[in-house]
Design a protein around this ligand. Structure first.
Ligand code: AP5
Length: 204
């Protein structure tokens, strides 16, 4: 068990599912990766899983590649399939930091059903907040460095719309369910954001 300082989240239990939410470019992947050590759970990114399928040219990857490139959401049945495969790997036995999932209220409900069976509800939701101009700037900068298929103005606009219309309601869903939602200022350098997250989790 991770030593358990008590704060706004409280004692960190043996098995924990965390969710990191925020618009495209808010730093979910970057921060989730840093949190793996602090929270003792793997970073599980549905976006990374889908991109790996697309790069490997699997049938699932071929089906999702055009959706990824357009910034549109992938159908739930495909997402549930990749997630199921990932969460049954041994490193997820202690839980996971979910990045990119759930992205809709339907997915949040599906996750709740799955977790109810394991007796381990979502421990907390980290909500990264960054102004849209900064998000676009970060994504366009990455476009020049990594050539991600969806880092172009058209796909970025679609991703922002999907976030506003389909993912933002997930925040209210969790608040309504009594799950702690921790808003975090996602601006400034990466380490400063990480420190803010840690302080927010442990209530320091
Ligand atoms: P996904 O991979 O989840 O993409 P996204 O939500 O658009 O988010 P990004 O990965 O672009 O940004 P991020 O918030 O993780 O920030 P990051 O750390 O990378 O999903 C991609 C697609 O997959 C979706 O559009 C959809 O098609 C599909 N999909 C995935 N999950 C799905 C689901 N559940 N249901 C249906 N479809 C699904 O950082 C971004 C950039 O900013 C990086 O270059 C980084 O270095 C930089 N950066 C990070 N932090 C800082 C900082 N503090 N200061 C300056 N730069 C920073």
């Amino acid at each position: 068990m991770i030593p358990g300082p008590v704060g706004s989240i409280g004692q960190v239990p043996d098995r924990a599912i965390w969710v990191i939410l925020g618009p495209p470019g808010s730093g979910k992947g970057t921060q989730a990766e840093l949190l793996t050590t602090a929270l003792g759970v793997p970073h599980v990114s549905t976006g990374d899983l889908l991109r790996a399928e697309a790069e490997a040219g699997t049938p699932l990857g071929a089906a999702v590649a055009p959706l990824l490139a357009a910034g549109e959401l992938v159908p739930d049945d495909l997402i549930e399939r990749v997630l199921e495969r990932r969460l049954t790997r041994p490193d997820a036995v202690r839980g996971a930091m979910l990045d990119g999932y759930p992205r809709t209220v339907a997915q949040a409900r599906s996750l709740d059903s799955r977790l109810a069976a394991s007796g381990c509800p979502v421990r907390g939701v980290l909500l990264l907040q960054v102004a849209e101009a900064t998000l676009v700037e970060r994504l366009l900068q990455r476009a020049g460095e990594q050539h991600r298929a969806d880092d172009n103005r058209r796909a970025i606009a679609e991703r922002m719309t999907e976030y506003r219309e389909r993912t933002e309601p997930v925040i209210a869903y969790y608040r309504g369910a009594g799950v702690p939602v921790l808003p975090i200022d996602g601006t400034g350098d990466v380490d400063a954001v990480h420190e803010r997250i840690i302080r927010s989790i442990y209530g320091e």
